[in-house]
Design a binder for this molecule. Structure first.
Ligand SMILES: *[C@@H]1O[C@H](CO)[C@@H](O)[C@H](O)[C@H]1NC(C)=O
Ligand SMILES: *[C@@H]1O[C@H](CO)[C@@H](O)[C@H](O)[C@H]1NC(C)=O
Ligand SMILES: *[C@@H]1O[C@H](CO)[C@@H](O)[C@H](O)[C@H]1NC(C)=O
Ligand SMILES: *[C@@H]1O[C@H](CO)[C@@H](O)[C@H](O)[C@H]1NC(C)=O
Ligand SMILES: *[C@@H]1O[C@H](CO)[C@@H](O)[C@H](O)[C@H]1NC(C)=O
Ligand SMILES: *[C@@H]1O[C@H](CO)[C@@H](O)[C@H](O)[C@H]1NC(C)=O
Ligand SMILES: *[C@@H]1O[C@H](CO)[C@@H](O)[C@H](O)[C@H]1NC(C)=O
Ligand SMILES: *[C@@H]1O[C@H](CO)[C@@H](O)[C@H](O)[C@H]1NC(C)=O
Ligand SMILES: *[C@@H]1O[C@H](CO)[C@@H](O)[C@H](O)[C@H]1NC(C)=O
Ligand SMILES: *[C@@H]1O[C@H](CO)[C@@H](O)[C@H](O)[C@H]1NC(C)=O
Ligand SMILES: *[C@@H]1O[C@H](CO)[C@@H](O)[C@H](O)[C@H]1NC(C)=O
Ligand SMILES: *[C@@H]1O[C@H](CO)[C@@H](O)[C@H](O)[C@H]1NC(C)=O
Length: 541
């Protein structure tokens, strides 16, 4: 039996095609990857308890540089991507329209329309785009440091990295390493994000990161935007790799050159579609995977996926690494761009959940994703997600941290985070999220955005949780329960999710109805089953 064509039809042809529930007993033999491992020994059923010392790790994600961003470009566009030189609104501004007259005098005077940049790491204010005022060509002009309808101008990325560097100095702390959970390239139409643009965006951003973070190793995964053709990845096994080799070769060289990985790891990057594993100097293993292998837009992912879901060798790579660590009592972080529930093909997604369940909580200390641009978490429970009452504290398996973006796209404030990590178990003890209010840069003469403290994951939700316990899946289960019980907690989660967006979701008005399902589902099927059980529809945030 094969479901390849049904999935293809469902996802690619927008036709009604019914899909199997991948958790259905009928298909237990089909959607099964347990042949890759031996059964979990009892001694691996509990996580080690943390010690009393921590070190700091930076987490950044979803930069999406818009290299053709133009200060004064159309931010209220009807084309696919605003703020670049081509962006237009299908309705031209009416006669007599004058953007600056819509503003208060103070605002008009401080309009941030300067073409600025960081030169040798120092902010230099450029020249004012007077033509915006004189000619009324656009409805809403793109602002120096970014606009809520666009991806990030490079200067916003530099500003964020400068803020991180300054934060370390001001607080006398150093991030021992950083993880970057993907997406460097912007969301423009494929014809404008071709090979050259994709490659250039990748090179520019990694250069900017290296310039500011200096000797801090940065471990990265590639996002769905970080390949050309967009979203695609062919598998070596069926002879489809040549077309994509350029990317893993480029990353392998670049990361080696920046001293983020060693020679041996650089070879691995080439073999595993930019995936690799490294062991940090403290002994933590980090496994990085390319999630395009299960991305629903990747055409190659459908090939023989029912019978050969590991055609990329991605799961056997992951499981081999986990088995090796388990046998040594080594703890592991796993990172991949697309969360297993968001845009992941259901079969692959279930298998990912199965693997994570098998190696939690003893070996897997944490899982990290990006992709959604929202600040979120998702809990993996045992079961198929169709029974909300089965999501109990005893059924909690693992969870993932979904990292907020630097890109403001769409109506989001840029954000980064650091974590306090236990030196013995590498469990995350706390996470501190910082954000910059982008709207405060619109009329401030293009002065630099200021990143400020947003919240501490341990304090914000006011959960009764021992100081010595990590912020593990059980902790997030308690947060999820509180979100379900109290709109104010749900609203807090939502506000964090969008970093106090000026266009927030309003939970009292039903904007957050799918959020409980979202945070208590880990796989695509579990999420779908939860939405059905709860009678709500997906609002995907
Ligand atoms: C999902 O699990 C529930 C028990 O929690 C079970 O009743 C149901 O049949 C399962 N669904 C499928 C498709 O296997
Ligand atoms: C931390 O734990 C170690 C043992 O693991 C102990 O010797 C030490 O006193 C503890 N330090 C503090 C500050 O509690
Ligand atoms: C100034 O803004 C206009 C839009 O009003 C844009 O078309 C133009 O390219 C910008 N000029 C410069 C020099 O950036
Ligand atoms: C903006 O500044 C950059 C760097 O100084 C420069 O390369 C670019 O030509 C300027 N663009 C415009 C439209 O003035
Ligand atoms: C960003 O920083 C890099 C590294 O210093 C620099 O080369 C680049 O020109 C900067 N770009 C902007 C727009 O600030
Ligand atoms: C818009 O208003 C400003 C300030 O009143 C003025 O300087 C500018 O010339 C006006 N632009 C147009 C196109 O009328
Ligand atoms: C954006 O453009 C539309 C026309 O496409 C116009 O009706 C609307 O008022 C504009 N909004 C702003 C904030 O400029
Ligand atoms: C900064 O931290 C180091 C240890 O991490 C310590 O030795 C040093 O005294 C601290 N400096 C200041 C100014 O607090
Ligand atoms: C699909 O995968 C199965 C199992 O690995 C294999 O036997 C079969 O040859 C594959 N089909 C094709 C067309 O490659
Ligand atoms: C989370 O940590 C607490 C305290 O250490 C522990 O009791 C619980 O079992 C852990 N949860 C998971 C899912 O490992
Ligand atoms: C920016 O947006 C925040 C909401 O995130 C709001 O509280 C603040 O007043 C706004 N600032 C300006 C200058 O509009
Ligand atoms: C909580 O939000 C729901 C909408 O999701 C709304 O129906 C309900 O009235 C809200 N409850 C309170 C106490 O505001």
């Amino acid at each position: 039996m094969s479901f390849d064509a049904d999935y293809y039809c469902y996802y690619k042809e927008s036709v009604e095609c019914s899909l199997p529930d991948v958790y259905d007993e009928k298909y237990a033999d089909l959607f099964d990857i347990s042949y890759l491992w031996t059964e979990k020994d009892d001694k691996y059923k509990v996580a080690p308890e943390p010690g009393n010392e921590t070190f700091n790790v930076l987490h950044i994600s979803d930069f999406h540089v818009e290299l053709d961003y133009v200060v004064g470009g159309e931010a209220n566009c009807t084309t696919n991507m605003c703020c670049n030189g081509r962006a237009v609104n299908k309705l031209s501004v009416p006669n007599g329209y004058n953007y600056s007259e819509l503003l208060t005098d103070d605002e008009a005077e401080g309009l941030s329309l300067y073409n600025s940049s960081y030169i040798d790491g120092v902010f230099v204010k450029g020249s004012f785009n007077q033509s915006v005022i004189d000619n009324a060509l656009v409805w809403e002009p793109a602002s120096t440091f970014g606009t809520y309808t666009c991806d990030a101008p490079e200067i916003l990325i530099n500003n964020s990295l400068v803020a991180i560097a300054q934060f370390q100095q001001a607080n006398n702390l150093t991030f021992e390493f950083s993880i970057f959970t993907g997406d460097l390239v912007d969301h423009d139409e494929v014809k404008y994000t071709g090979y050259e643009m994709t490659k250039k965006s990748e090179e520019v951003i990694f250069r900017d990161i290296k310039y500011q973070l200096k000797d801090i190793p940065v471990y990265s995964v590639m996002g769905n935007h970080d390949n050309f053709p967009y979203g695609e990845q062919g598998m070596q096994k069926y002879g489809f790799n040549n077309m994509f080799d350029w990317n893993s070769e480029l990353m392998s060289e670049l990361w080696l050159d920046y001293d983020w990985i060693d020679f041996e790891t650089a070879q691995e990057v080439k073999e595993h579609y930019c995936g690799f594993s490294v062991t940090t100097k403290r002994g933590l293993k980090i496994i990085a995977l390319n999630s395009n292998v299960f991305y629903f837009k990747n055409h190659y992912a459908y090939i023989n996926m029912t019978k050969d879901p590991d055609s990329f060798g991605h799961y056997s790579f992951l499981v081999d690494e986990l088995l090796e660590s388990e046998s040594k009592g080594q703890r592991v972080w796993i990172m991949y761009h697309i969360p297993a529930s968001s845009d992941a093909l259901p079969i692959h997604s279930k298998l990912m959940g199965d693997i994570i369940e098998r190696f939690s909580p003893y070996t897997i200390a944490a899982v990290f994703n990006g992709h959604t641009h929202y600040d979120q978490f998702q809990i993996l429970y045992q079961g198929n997600g169709s029974d909300s009452n089965a999501k109990t504290i005893d059924n909690v398996v693992q969870h993932t941290w979904i990292m907020p973006s630097v890109s403001p796209n769409y109506y989001l404030n840029p954000s980064w985070r650091y974590m306090e990590v236990d030196t013995e178990t590498f469990s995350v003890m706390n996470a501190y999220t910082y954000y910059a209010k982008l709207n405060e840069t619109f009329y401030n003469f293009s002065n630099e955005p200021e990143y400020e403290f947003e919240y501490s994951s341990r304090e914000a939700y006011d959960i009764d949780w021992p100081e010595s316990s990590p912020l593990n899946a059980t902790y997030w289960h308690l947060v999820a329960e509180k979100m379900k019980d109290k709109n104010s907690t749900m609203q807090m989660y939502s506000d964090f999710s969008m970093r106090y967006s000026p266009e927030p979701d309003l939970c009292d008005e039903g904007d957050c109805d799918s959020f409980w399902c979202y945070v208590t589902s880990f796989t695509t099927q579990q999420y779908a089953n939860c939405l059905t059980a709860e009678g709500v529809s997906d609002s995907s945030s």
